[in-house]
Design a protein around this ligand. Sequence first.
Ligand code: ZN
Length: 326
Amino acid sequence: MEPRANSQEAPFAVGVDVGGTKIHAGVINRQGDVIAEHYLPTLVHQQDVISRIIEAIECVVQKAGPAFQGTPFKGIGIGTAGQIHWETGTVQYGLDLIPGYTGTPIKSILEQKFSLPVYVDNDVNVLALTEKYFGIGSKARHMLCLALGTGVGGAVVIDGKLVHGSWGAAGEIGHMSVNYKGPTCICGGIGCLELYASGTGIARMMQELQERKGIAGNPIPIESKEVVRRWLQGDSDSTQIMDEVIMALGAGISSLIHILNPDAIVIGGGVAEIGEPLFGPLRDEVAKRTMPSLHKDVWIGPACMRNRSGMIGAGLQAWEYESFSL
Ligand SMILES: [Zn+2]
């Protein structure tokens, strides 16, 4: 079943969250209620990702079918890994995670296929839309979002609007340098925040610490989750690593506060699931590094929704940009 033609009054949209391992599609309304949802493995090495996206959309519309009785859709929103040329809805730069993705004209392929308005953005930018509609962003006009996962993603909302920059790549907060003499990042930069505040960065720092301490043989790599678990139990090596994480995040967030004077900093992703043991010291670190006049009213806290936020935010684009002609 295919979604039918759009209407200004249409109460539903399709949202699709595209990652390197799975695709999560859903039918949502403006209130963020999920009418139907469907997960598919991305199968990056077996099929074109765009064919999988189409399959996910068809499956979820099929699932939602009986609830609709022919109701038209407002549009389709895609939130995807990689850098997206926002106006054309083309993958400007796909990650190694999805081979062959770079250059895929997602928007034009899906508009031709479904005859609906299609909006395509980076996965962290659409997470920020979920925060804007249902989280602290419903009150905060100026908001920064960080997603601390395998990497560090970011999004910037100023005056209630997502900042896309020249072509769509604004908000790469993970690649802001917090150490100009630091290690080289995969992006080519030096001392990027992602090298310290991501799961990968935490595991790397622990590995290096073990090597410095001359632990015999090949030290078994310790995953970031294990570092966090040991930190919460008071282990001194893990405390040293997590102090670095908090200082790096504090330095980055403080710089962003000085540049953008935001009302709120929202932090999501796996690393942020630590909760208050992370947020407490992080707030202190940011306070220490930021001018009191800029810092005093800034809210710093967790993202509002979890595993469905990407898909819901993707779908919300249909309302966010309905008056735009992209
Ligand atoms: Zn970088």
